[in-house]
Write a protein that binds this ligand. Structure first.
Ligand SMILES: *Cc1c(COP(=O)(O)O)cnc(C)c1O
Length: 371
């Protein structure tokens, strides 16, 4: 940790570790390019600083989920290709086209809304074929209609048919292989209808790492860049990735307590034996996963210890025989490199996934950037 000493929980983001992850992914995907997925506020890490770091590390495009997030990146001065694919009836397609944000399109109504938006420049669209369980994207039956409508609107100057894409369910390798075949067939169908795609993209972290045939022009890596494995058989460090986010909080009090029912800092706990407990300024309101608490550990005074009680903004931690003082920082999760519990460990204790652990860190927790 650095010498930052805020009063409460802090999520420190190590941009150097993040860039190393992206560099590794860029090297893995090559010659495909990396379109880094920065949705959900870059999985809780902060969209703008993470986007800049990703581009420094060799990503050449960013995937943002909503047009509004793309507009935020443009306002922050980011000029690379941006891709937004989650649209509502209130999506501002005109602003998107005029800000040069590529649009993922999966339904006719979206093509119509783009044409009707009267943007001063044609919108660049990437047509989406449904290749599996995604519930989103044109089915094989609807696909020819989507393609021909898009080509018709292109001939009228409303849009440019630029890419074709889909998203893998990652349910199993066999499912992903089938999806890859469906994708390839859909591209052939579109080509026979006259489409000429400049960019094809299908893979996210999982297929980007382990299914070279799915890499095409872009790999949309997301969670792997945040040091979290998309696989069950290995963790992030096993893939050579490091977690950039460290969630920590200061010790507010340390007390030696008698056996029995005791209170400390508004939390109560039943102690079978006398114990020393540390009150730490982080709780479920900051994003600590309550279901994991019985099994999870934190790093306090260089040791891994159990959480004894959890409240909205504080927790009690076993501090028996530890040299710990008020103000010491306790790490909830961080980097395996420093022996800290990881978000992936927390996920296994909460029957969750690492994506959820890092994305759940509350908005009120300040993000502090280092490296
Ligand atoms: C979330 C998402 C990604 C990134 O997925 P990861 O599994 O986190 O790598 C890529 N593409 C789309 C369309 C997504 O929704």
């Amino acid at each position: 940790m650095t010498d930052i000493q805020p009063a409460g929980a802090v999520a420190e983001i190590d941009l150097a570790a993040f860039r190393r992850n992206v560099e590794l992914l860029v090297a893995t995907a090559a010659p495909a390019e990396v379109m880094l997925a920065v949705k959900a506020n870059a999985y809780g890490h902060g969209m703008v600083p993470i986007s800049r770091a990703a581009l420094e590390a060799g990503a050449t495009a960013l995937a943002v989920l909503e047009v509004s997030a793309g507009l935020e990146l443009r306002a922050a001065g980011i000029t690379v290709p941006l891709f937004a694919w989650l649209h509502g009836t209130d999506t501002d397609f005109r602003a998107a086209a005029e800000a040069n944000i590529d649009l993922g399109v999966s339904a006719l109504w979206q093509l119509e809304a783009i044409a009707e938006s009267k943007a001063s420049v044609p919108a660049r669209v990437h047509l989406k074929i449904d290749t599996g369980l995604s519930r989103n994207g044109a089915s094989a039956v609807d696909w020819p209609d989507l393609v021909t409508t898009a080509l018709h609107l292109e001939s009228q100057g409303f849009l440019e048919v630029y890419g074709a894409w889909s998203h893998l369910a990652d349910a199993s390798t066999a499912d992903d292989e089938i999806a890859l075949v469906k994708f390839t067939i859909a591209v052939e169908v579109a080509t026979s209808l006259g489409a000429r795609f400049a960019k094809l993209h299908l893979a996210a972290s999982s297929a980007g790492l382990r299914m070279p045939a799915a890499r095409f022009d872009y790999v949309r890596f997301g969670i792997a860049a945040f040091g979290i494995s998309p696989f069950d058989d290995t963790d992030g460090p096993g893939l050579g990735l490091e977690a950039p986010m460290t969630l920590s909080a200061p010790v507010l009090a340390v007390e030696a307590l008698p056996a029995g029912h005791v209170w400390l800092g508004g939390l109560d706990v039943g102690l079978a034996m006398p114990a020393t407990l540390a009150l730490v300024a982080v709780g479920f309101g900051d994003g600590v996963q309550a279901p994991a608490v019985d099994r999870a550990e934190v790093l306090i005074a260089g040791e891994r210890r159990r959480i004894v009680a959890l409240g909205v903004d504080r927790m009690l931690v076993d501090a028996d025989d530890l040299d710990v003082t008020v103000g010491d920082r306790v790490v909830v999760f961080g980097s395996a490199v420093r022996g800290e519990p990881t978000a992936e460990e927390w996920a296994s204790h909460a029957d969750s996934i690492g994506d959820e652990i890092v994305s759940s860190v509350a908005v009120r927790v300040p993000r502090v950037y280092v490296g």
